[in-house]
Design a protein around this ligand. Structure first.
Ligand code: HEC
Length: 162
């Protein structure tokens, strides 16, 4: 009995020391929000609002960094998501080519975006019913089909670029 207790106590101490040690890794703590350079010309303010709710934490320069984004190893996962997300599609940098924008509606339609593990921690980002349909419609109206080029080329009057 004593041996078992001793063993589990040492396992606990080792886990504790490791958890503290990984906090020293510098990756994942920068949490930058670079300036918003230019936004797409959304088809409606509602579409933008829904995208802010469901996509902006990873696809904009207006990420809301939660408290647990300071704690490794969760911080590493979040940093990686935001870095990759911004690289693929960034709604705050419409002054550069955003090749993936046209796929946005499809990604939501196919339940690929927002990622399920993210939505589990952000219930508000998990849209369903009318709101989900409105988001898909808004993304498609803004980024695919006719008028895409024009809309993308125009500046959003509410958020003028540099
Ligand atoms: C938790 C972070 C996160 C959220 C929230 C999120 N995405 Fe993503 N998204 C990513 C990451 C990471 C990638 C790159 C890896 C990949 O393709 O899965 C990505 C890739 C994409 C791509 C490019 C896919 C490709 O084939 O390269 C599109 C389009 C996209 N997301 C749209 C959206 C839309 C629209 C929303 C909101 C409804 C959204 N995402 C919400 C993290 C996120």
């Amino acid at each position: 009995m004593r041996n078992v207790l001793l063993r589990w106590t040492s396992v606990g101490i080792v886990i504790l020391i490791l958890s503290l040690a990984i906090q020293a890794v510098p990756y994942g703590r920068t949490h930058t929000n670079p300036p918003v350079r230019m936004e797409p010309f959304w088809d409606s303010p509602q579409s933008r609002a829904l995208a802010v709710r469901a996509c902006y934490d990873c696809h904009s320069n207006e990420t809301v960094w939660p408290w647990y984004s300071n704690i490794a190893p969760v911080s590493w996962l979040i940093q990686n998501d935001v870095d990759e997300g911004r690289l693929k599609l960034n709604f705050s940098e419409w002054d550069r080519v955003q090749r993936k924008a046209g796929e946005s509606g499809k990604k939501v339609r196919e339940w690929e975006m927002p990622p399920v593990y993210y939505a589990a921690f952000h219930p508000k980002a998990w849209l369903y019913g009318d709101k989900r349909a409105a988001l898909i419609r808004g993304l498609e109206a803004t980024f695919s089909g006719e008028g895409k080029g024009e809309r993308v080329a125009q500046r959003n009057p509410e958020r003028p670029g540099p």
